[in-house]
Design a protein around this ligand. Structure first.
Ligand code: ASP
Ligand code: MG
Length: 471
């Protein structure tokens, strides 16, 4: 039994939906899956615009955008469904949903105020549309399928816009509503991202939340795998736009995935997969455009890892552009306590997160996102020391669980970077990453050199080979 989550691009067109359905069909031969869908790509953004427009009395704009949402889904139905009666029935369901969306627009327009609660109502439509169309298309193809409203299962607190599930209630609902359907061989299609409070008010888990939905549902079902289907070949050794030789990683641990996500790689957000980590359920990241490619398995299962010859040293190289270095220098710092406290207090007052840090007795260098801070923050920093700012830099992080135990890695890293001007260096406290900062124009050369160093020697290839029958 698997939870299969398809992202927006994997269900964004009639072709993509057909492809996703054929992937589900393959899985159905092995066991009955739970299918969790995102909204079709671009739709949630559009719904956010509609909500904003309705909230600031731009009624015409909101209605026009709602018209686009309607025609997008009607066209999808038209392209996807062959049977005339089914097509008409589905079109009328879409019309009903659109009618509700328009009522909501008018309601918010009349009240003249957009609350977080009504924003969640707006955003919930995308997944309701995509799952409704998907389930109908599966039915037409003869699948035994049930559409389940996630709001009957994903019961959350009332923190609209970033609601968290009430674990025990949800688990009971899953056992009561979803498990019996799966047990009798009915594939279940439901929405990611959305939920409802105990008293039935619609909530969302935050943007990108459907991966989280899939991991939660997988954990409550205690299933044997969670598959995240997207439009890339799993997690890559580095950004393929920077290094054309980049390739997908066969297997990685949850801690590597978490570290990489924080460091800017395109991986699942660590909070997303936390429910899977707790139950030790492997997460597969797969490409719906290349369903036969192996993708990446994220797991802590040592057996699976040793089966995969897990001796690769560096797992991936993450890059975060658009960063800036802030140097704070103060003689007052020497031998004095409380300085760091004062310093970080400034960042925390402004809600700015500090990424990389390195210190000496009289100065501290740290990196933050270039767009995340204001002049006021810099003024406050100036009250505790001399401040220097260096814009247009990027952090590069070399990540791998095995870095912890290996000698000579730093030597290899720095010799690969001998022609690059390193602005800052830091070894992550987790010991599984070594990070540094370079000027943006030097990112490509730095990353290419590192990739060559760590991913072209034969012994470093081991992690990319999958033994037969591992999936
Ligand atoms: N459709 C939602 C979004 O775009 C949730 C998701 O796709 O994960 O944020
Ligand atoms: Mg997504």
């Amino acid at each position: 039994m698997a939870v299969m989550k398809f992202g927006g691009t994997s269900v964004g067109t009639a072709r993509a939906m057909q492809q996703a359905i054929s992937i589900v069909a393959r899985e159905e031969k092995k066991g009955t899956p739970l299918v969790v869908l995102s909204a079709c790509s671009g739709i949630t953004n559009k719904l956010v615009h509609i909500a904003d427009a309705a909230g600031c009395s731009a009624l015409d704009e909101a209605m026009a955008l709602a018209g686009e949402v309607r025609s997008f889904h009607l066209k999808l139905v038209d392209e996807l469904i062959k049977n005339a009666a089914l097509k008409a029935g589905l079109a009328s369901t879409i019309e009903q949903l659109c009618g509700r969306l328009e009522m909501l627009i008018k309601g918010v327009d009349i009240v003249g105020e957009l609350t977080e609660r009504s924003r969640d109502m707006f955003c919930s439509f995308g997944e309701l549309f995509s799952t409704t169309v998907f389930a109908a298309a599966m039915k037409e193809l003869g699948h035994n399928v049930a559409w389940v409203d996630a709001r009957t299962v994903m019961i959350t607190d009332d923190n609209f816009g970033f609601a968290r599930p009430l674990d025990e209630v949800c688990e009971a609902k899953v056992n009561q509503i979803i498990r019996p359907l799966l047990a009798k061989g009915t594939t279940v299609v439901t929405q990611g991202y959305i939920g409802a409070t105990k008293d039935g008010r619609t909530t969302t888990l935050g943007r990108g939340g459907s991966d989280f939905s899939a991991a939660l549902l997988g954990a409550w079902l205690n299933d044997n795998s969670i598959q995240i289907w997207t439009d890339v070949d799993g997690v890559m050794t580095t950004d393929p736009r920077l290094v054309p030789e980049a390739r997908s990683i066969r297997v990685m641990t949850f801690s590597e995935a978490a570290e990489l996500a924080y460091l800017g790689a395109k991986v699942l957000h660590p909070d997303t997969i936390a429910p899977a980590v707790q139950k030790n359920i492997p997460v597969y990241v797969l490409n719906s455009l290349h369903p036969d490619a192996k993708g990446t398995i994220i797991t802590n299962d040592p057996e699976r890892l040793s089966g995969m010859s897990y001796e690769g040293l560096v797992k991936s190289i993450a890059v975060k552009k658009g960063q800036c270095i802030i140097n704070i220098r103060s003689n007052r710092m020497m031998g004095r306590h409380g300085f760091m406290n004062e310093l970080f207090d400034v960042f925390s007052r402004y809600g700015v997160s500090v990424e990389m840090i390195s210190t000496s007795e009289v100065s501290v260098s740290l990196t933050v996102d270039d767009k995340s801070f204001s002049n006021e923050l810099i003024q406050d920093l100036k009250s505790i020391g001399d401040v220097e700012i260096e814009h247009n830099v990027a952090t590069i992080s070399v990540v791998g669980d095995n870095l912890r135990m290996s000698r000579g890695v730093a030597g290899r890293i720095f010799s690969a970077l001998k022609n690059v001007n390193l602005r800052m260096i830091s070894q992550g406290a987790s010991e599984i990453n070594v990070g540094f900062v370079v000027e943006e124009p030097e990112v490509a050369i730095a990353v290419n050199n590192l990739h060559k160093e760590f991913f072209s020697a034969p012994e470093d290839h081991a992690i990319f080979e999958t033994p037969a029958g591992s999936r």
